[in-house]
Write a protein that binds this ligand. Structure first.
Ligand SMILES: NC(=O)c1ccc[n+]([C@@H]2O[C@H](COP(=O)([O-])OP(=O)(O)OC[C@H]3O[C@@H](n4cnc5c(N)ncnc54)[C@H](O)[C@@H]3O)[C@@H](O)[C@H]2O)c1
Length: 443
């Protein structure tokens, strides 16, 4: 019995000692001193930091960045999708909103023609478009927009009778049409002198393409020629029988000779290929939609007067010009196309003015404080220009009837609006580029 008691005592003492030991160990291990010591031992194991640890750090940073980028890219795709959906909605809304067009006549299929106007987005061409559209014809405009603008025909875009084709007439064109008005060519000296070779190509290769098309589809074609085929004339006024006085190597030759070849080509196609041709020799024409900066006398004087700048007259100002309003020209071209007459016809206003007189008329109509000043004459500037329109009167029963003052007032009003529009545009651009948002984007 004693032996058993003794053994139990020993066992209890041993357990108590074991418990004490466990308690002591736990207390020691959780004490801060021991922990710091343990950590520094651990750090010492990895010190100096190994390449592996650095790589792991970099890897982690890289993965975090990639995940962020991925998330941003997904958000961007979602936004793009939403934007595309919105654009589609706007497009379908626009398509379903009926546009307002100028009123056009109804023509049945027997009387309705498909009419091609090359250079139809230009000054004269766009007025011809308006006339033919209003008459109820189908009009196709072909233009390379060198000097023409979509804005000139924008009021017809989307109309079922209207089509606008961006095409350079130096390249062949294959379409089905009944009539062609061939107007494609730069018309003002700065424009046709800008690229003389292209001017010649347009008036030669372009005219060949137009006449070739007319031949293939048996269309009637009217060529827009010019009073420049008379050069600096020695006969006054100029009848169609006058052969002209052109400098073939002067700065204007690309246009003058280009148009003369254009006429020659027309009569060659008429004789050889039986193409029905009409040739309009157009004299100075003015009106709304003419180019603001085409360097021609009407636009120059009106702009200078509207800006209260000096009105500059080249040379002594005694050189003469005659100006026709654009609607008169359109009437003449329509009458010529409808006629059976195949020889060239002058279309212009025979009322002659000296350039100096003209400068004073414009100054008076615009008002303002501009003075008229004479400067150095231009090379090859024709001294006299006045059409003899006996033929147009006799054959077409046509003569201009818009008085100079009426036409000029309409043109001045157009230029005034254009100037205000470009001033507004410049002001808005300035505000936009100076806005803090834009500055932030640009820096
Ligand atoms: N306005 C006048 O006083 C006047 C006088 C005489 C003759 N013309 C003739 O009348 C026609 C029209 O003159 P405008 O005053 O309307 O000139 P414009 O410059 O306003 O119009 C000419 C049009 O032809 C386009 N064009 C030019 N080259 C082309 C090419 N290679 N392919 C396709 N399109 C091209 C231009 O982009 C422009 O739309 C011209 O042939 C011009 O020679 C005009």
């Amino acid at each position: 019995m004693n032996v058993i008691k003794k053994r139990i005592k020993i066992a209890v003492a041993a357990s108590a000692a074991l418990l004490m030991l466990v308690y002591l160990y736990k207390t020691l291990m959780t004490s801060p001193t021991v922990l710091i010591a343990a950590n520094s031992v651990e750090e010492q194991r990895h010190w100096p930091p190994t390449e592996h640890a650095e790589q792991r750090k970099l890897q982690n940073a890289y993965e975090a960045q990639t995940a962020l980028l991925h998330q941003q890219r997904q958000e961007m795709f979602r936004t793009k999708e939403q934007l595309a959906q919105l654009e589609e909605q706007v497009r379908s809304l626009q398509a379903s909103t009926p546009r307002k067009y100028p009123k056009v006549k109804y023509l049945n299929y027997k009387n309705r023609k498909r009419i091609l106007i090359t250079g139809g987005a230009g000054f004269v061409g766009s007025h011809l478009v308006d006339y033919l559209m209003i008459q109820g014809h189908e009009v196709i405009v072909v233009d390379n927009f060198f000097t023409g603008r979509k804005r000139n025909v924008a009021h017809w875009l989307g109309h079922e009778n209207f089509e606008l084709i961006h095409h350079d007439i130096v390249n062949p064109l294959f379409i089905e049409i009944d009539e062609i008005y061939h107007l494609a060519s730069p018309a003002s000296p700065p424009h046709y002198m800008y690229n003389p070779v292209k001017t010649i190509k347009t008036n030669t290769m372009g005219t060949i393409n137009v006449l070739g098309l007319a031949k293939r589809v048996m269309a009637k074609v009217l060529i827009a020629s010019t009073s420049e085929v008379y050069g600096d004339p020695t006969v006054h006024p100029q009848p169609e029988t006058y052969w002209g006085h052109v400098n073939p190597i002067g700065p204007r030759a690309c246009y003058d000779e280009g148009k003369r070849v254009s006429e020659t080509l027309s009569y060659a196609y008429a004789k050889q290929e039986k193409v029905q041709v009409r040739v309009a020799r157009i004299f100075n024409t003015y009106g709304p939609r003419m180019h603001m900066n085409d360097g021609r006398v009407v636009s120059n004087f009106i702009l200078q007067a509207l800006r209260n700048e000096t009105i500059t007259v080249y040379g002594n100002g005694k050189q003469t010009r005659s100006f026709q309003y654009v609607s008169d020209l359109v009437d003449g071209m329509i009458a010529l196309m409808a006629s059976n007459y195949t020889q060239p016809v002058n279309l212009g206003n025979p009322v002659e003015q000296t350039i100096e007189e003209f400068a004073h008329i414009i100054k008076q109509l615009v008002g303002g404080v501009s003075e008229v000043k004479k400067i150095k004459a231009m090379e090859d500037d024709p001294q006299r220009r006045k059409p003899d329109i006996t033929r147009a009167k006799r054959i077409l029963n046509w003569e201009p009837n818009v008085p100079l003052e009426t036409g000029l007032l309409k043109t001045i009003s157009y230029f005034r609006n254009e100037l205000a529009r470009s001033d507004r545009f410049q002001e808005n651009s300035r505000k936009y580029f100076e806005s803090p948002d834009m500055e932030r984007q640009l820096t």
